[in-house]
Design a protein around this ligand. Structure first.
Ligand code: ZN
Length: 157
């Protein structure tokens, strides 16, 4: 299957994800990409952040990802390994190394694309009650299992 191209100069969004793998299990980017290829016929994300903070580039910025249903054009996807506890419940399992790498990547993209909108996968859920906020009862899934807006405020972005 061919990966669709997109204009990397027209990036509008950056969406953060988790791999929904159990806390502490050291799955590598190659494994995450293999699961995505089996499911979507291509890598889903532009970057996968492993437990030790290693950022692995899995798509170029001018290749369209497969990470946010119906909204992949102009949308960079970054996924951290983890995201559920050992019982499979949603949990922010980002290690200090993953946090540092995620912050560095988001800062780099924001520096290149100052108007980039950064959000979590769950923030793309439909606003069913139309109050202008995407609330927990509206989330289609919990991914990335943390509040992206609060995290960005916390790091001054
Ligand atoms: Zn996701």
């Amino acid at each position: 299957m061919a990966i669709a191209w997109m204009n990397a100069q027209a990036l509008r969004y950056l969406t953060l994800h988790c791999a929904a793998t159990p806390e502490g299990r050291d799955d590598k980017a190659g494994a995450v990409t293999a699961w995505d290829k089996a499911k979507f016929g291509q890598p889903s994300y532009h970057w996968v952040i492993e437990l030790d903070g290693t950022a692995v580039r899995t798509l170029r910025d001018d290749q369209r990802g497969a990470h946010t249903g119906g909204a992949n054009t102009g949308n960079i996807g970054i996924c951290y390994v983890g995201g559920v506890d050992k019982a499979g419940r949603p949990k922010d399992t980002r290690t200090p190394a993953q946090l540092a790498t995620m912050e560095r990547l988001v800062r780099e993209y924001r520096a290149r694309f100052p108007r980039l909108i950064v959000r979590g996968h769950r923030d793309w859920s439909p606003d069913r009650d139309r109050d202008g906020k995407i609330e927990p009862h509206e989330w289609l899934k919990a991914c990335p299992c943390f509040d992206v807006a609060a995290w960005l405020r916390g790091i001054g972005l």
